[in-house]
Design a protein around this ligand. Structure first.
Ligand code: NAD
Length: 737
């Protein structure tokens, strides 16, 4: 029998080597067809008396990344369509779909012949759950092997037996830790936890897996043996009595109860460990169905899994422009941002010339790469040779003529129109006619900067976020005259350095910073109302924001806020900034010299380490304080999310953002907008546009007209539309804005 996605070769010892190698994919993923073929292989190996056992492996450099986008999208589409017709039948169908993988893995586990999973590379989600259902697991010790059950990161949980098998192989605390964080394990860590049996050299993987079978591996899972005992003793032990009551509290501290998937893991483990295995799987299936039906799971899967991958793969790349091979990049301005941009470029294997005003400044920029490389080598994340190779790709120089053969220039000089104008002219005097010029400006509109260029169609904004090495997002900004080639090159570059791009049209603050300012401004309003600062910060975190607004303002610098506010007043008039905000920030900067973390005092105090930062006590003297009992934390939470979501909606209304996936992904990756909502627009869609409009009106009545719902939102509410129906992203794919 032949299969599309697998080859099966049975050797003289009767061991069938099943190799998963999907012909049209770079990584193996679970599709409906793959599941069917696994079922057929299982039936065939069971039926064939000549087969003594099965080794399951991958023919690609990775084992498998888990589920396939189209399968997941198909499941949600089915659910939505069915729900409208017959909600009860929809639930039943979802329950069956949710259990499909789980029961197939159980069939493998109980088939009567030994199966060994030979893990040769990254093994994620459902693929590791399949491995857990095999009777033996051997992993290669290659650095590329990463093992994880990361489902919680997209709003769900390991629902194909993962919660039950992991908690029966390792102690409950480690099991909960692994699954509620979705952390990646090295092969040796997985072995230490009891999740894999052997770790071997890569070339010994298949022989070792076959040897397990030849050595008489029993085709019975430990939990199917009589007298099986859960590691650590299960839930009725003194240790468990300490762990399980505390676990929900710890989870609540970490997630503020916003993630149903994470909570379901606790329930599955706690309840499942008290039940026979098959019943436990059914309990897991029920919780899985329940979680899959939540708005959080739907929105997180859409944004953090499907949309993120689609944008990463160039969903907004103009069709018809050939993929560009970026052979060399020039970075002009070797300061804080330029130095990091040069590093990530070299880390992607692209040679970079790093230019500054003199050799010393350029060298200083390269020193940043040297420091990062030495840290990585020190931590064992990079070999010395890899580090040397990376550094050899960065050439620091003040000489602009070295830009003659670059494909792309990224400009990161001072945020000053005159300096940028001079640099644009100097660069264009030496670059080739096809070279694309990208500015990393954070506030200056691209169309205006492009007026200094002789080739505005080859001029674009590529806005990085700090710290560049860590932040996954890059905002690509189209000037009025930016052409498709510039967009394609920018997107190819962003893909090469492994960041996720969003493409937006030109506006003051672009997308991300416009939203971030709303977040910080709301905190200024709250301070002025007398809300205690600690409540402001905590409410924001309870709403799902990773960093409180005052803490964030300290990080970006309070005097930078002042500069931006003053520039807004100069360009757009007094009404563009609330006088109360300007007064607060002028006082912080001019009177109190509280500029943020950089000078050790801002909204927080920064004592010498190891002491932790704490809110500046003087804040409460700036405004008469309200007693905490008079402040409704839920309203504070709503204000933060609604003001940001409204700004995102305005960017759509103004045509700045044209694809809802970008507002969602951009808001999560750019400033951590409550990920459980799926992002700014999914937050609105998730509660329903008319509910959102009603909520915004309520807030408007109490807290000001910046909460007024926009005409677009009112129109959408009246028509019963969502952002994903009105601005259907799949009609947009491939089109430049
Ligand atoms: P920076 O002051 O740290 O670096 C600017 C560098 O440009 C300096 O090394 C300076 O010597 C160099 N420079 C100035 N004039 C030059 C010239 N004519 N030729 C060559 N080099 C010249 O500033 P930064 O924070 O790295 O910001 C750079 C750009 O990136 C700005 O446009 C800023 O708005 C933008 N940006 C900054 C951040 C951030 O968090 N700092 C984030 C996103 C974007």
């Amino acid at each position: 029998m032949t299969y599309k996605n697998f080859t099966v070769e049975t050797d003289a010892d009767g061991i069938a080597l099943v190799t998963w190698d999907m012909p049209d994919k770079s990584m193996n993923v679970f599709t409906v067809e793959v599941m069917e073929e696994i079922e057929q292989i299982l039936a065939a190996t069971v039926a064939d008396a000549g087969v003594k056992g099965v080794v399951f492996t991958s023919g690609k450099s990775t084992f498998s990344g888990g589920a396939d986008l189209t399968m997941i999208r198909g499941m949600f589409t089915m659910l939505h369509e069915e729900q409208a017709r017959d909600p009860q039948a929809a639930k039943q169908k979802l329950f069956e779909a949710a259990g499909r993988m789980s029961w197939l893995w159980r069939k493998i586990e109980t088939n009567g012949k030994p199966w060994v999973s030979a893990i040769n590379g990254t093994c994620m989600g459902g693929a590791f759950e399949l491995s857990l259902a095999c009777h033996g697991r051997v992993a290669s010790n290659a650095k590329s092997v990463k093992i994880a059950l990361p489902e919680v990161k997209v709003g769900i949980f390991p629902g194909a037996g993962g919660t039950q098998r992991v908690s029966r192989l390792t102690d409950a605390q480690s099991a909960l830790q692994m699954m509620t964080t979705g952390q990646s394990l090295t092969a040796s860590r997985a072995k230490a936890m009891g999740l894999v049996h052997q770790v071997v050299e890569p070339d010994q993987l298949i022989p070792a897996a076959k040897q397990m079978i030849k050595d008489g591996l029993k085709p019975v899972a430990p939990w199917d043996e009589k007298g099986f005992k859960v590691p650590g003793g299960g839930v009725w032990t003194p240790a468990a009595a300490q762990l399980f009551p505390a676990a929900p509290a710890i989870l609540r501290r970490e997630t503020a109860g916003n993630y149903p998937g994470a909570l379901a893991i606790l329930k599955c483990v706690y309840e499942g460990l008290q039940l026979p295995f098959d019943t436990a799987l059914k309990v897991e299936q029920r919780y899985f169905t329940q979680v899959l039906g939540t708005t959080e799971a739907f929105s997180m899967i859409r944004s953090l899994f499907i949309s993120m991958q689609e944008l990463g793969k160039g969903a907004r790349r103009p069709a018809g422009v050939e993929k560009t091979q970026i052979r060399k990049v020039g970075v002009v301005g070797a300061g804080f941002m330029g130095a990091s941009i040069a590093y990530v470029t070299a880390a992607a294997g692209i040679p970079v010339v790093l230019i500054d005003r003199d050799q010393e400044a350029a060298d200083k920029g390269k020193a940043h790469s040297e420091k990062l490389v030495s840290d990585q080598v020190g931590k064992g994340r990079m070999t010395k040779e890899e580090g040397e190779k990376l550094l050899s790709l960065v050439t620091p120089t003040p000489d602009y003529s070295t830009l003659a053969d670059v494909d792309l220039v990224v400009e990161a000089v001072f945020e000053d129109r005159a300096v940028k104008k001079a640099v644009i002219e100097q660069v264009e005097a030496v670059i080739a006619p096809t070279t694309i010029f990208a500015s990393n400006t954070s506030t200056l509109p691209i169309t205006g900067l492009a007026e200094n260029s002789k080739r505005p169609d080859q001029f674009i904004g590529v806005h990085f976020f700090s710290p560049v090495e860590k932040m996954m997002l890059t905002e690509v900004i189209l000037g009025e005259k930016t052409g498709d080639k510039a967009l394609a090159m920018a997107l190819d570059f962003v893909a090469k350095i492994k960041k996720t791009p969003i493409v937006v049209n030109d506006t003051r603050g672009f997308f991300v910073n416009r939203c971030v300012f709303r977040y910080i401004n709301e905190a200024y309003d709250m301070l002025a109302e007398g809300v205690p600062a600690a409540m402001i910060e905590n409410a924001a975190k309870m709403a799902g924001m990773p960093v409180g607004p005052l803490s964030l303002n300290d990080e970006v610098a309070v005097d930078l806020s002042q500069k931006i506010m003053r520039a807004s007043i100069a360009d757009l008039g007094e009404a563009s900034v609330k006088p109360e905000h300007m007064k607060l920030i002028d006082k912080m900067v001019d009177e109190l010299d509280r500029r943020g973390r950089k000078n050790g005092k801002g909204f927080y105090e920064y004592p010498a380490k190891p002491a932790k930062k704490f809110l500046w006590p003087g804040l409460k003297d700036l405004y008469p304080q309200k007693p905490a009992s008079e402040v409704d934390v839920n309203v504070l939470k709503q204000r933060f999310l609604v003001t940001i979501a409204l700004e995102a909606a305005r960017t759509v209304e103004e045509g700045i953002v044209t694809d809802p996936r970008e507002a969602d992904v951009g808001s999560i990756l750019g400033f951590g907008f409550a990920p459980y909502t799926g992002g700014t627009l999914s937050y609105i869609d998730g509660m329903g546009v008319s509910n959102f409009v009603a909520l915004a009106e309520k807030l408007e009545a109490q807290y000001g007209d910046h909460f007024a719902p926009t005409p677009l939102l009112r129109d959408m509410a009246a028509k019963g539309e969502t952002f994903y129906t009105r601005f259907d992203p799949y009609g947009n794919v491939g089109k430049a804005a």
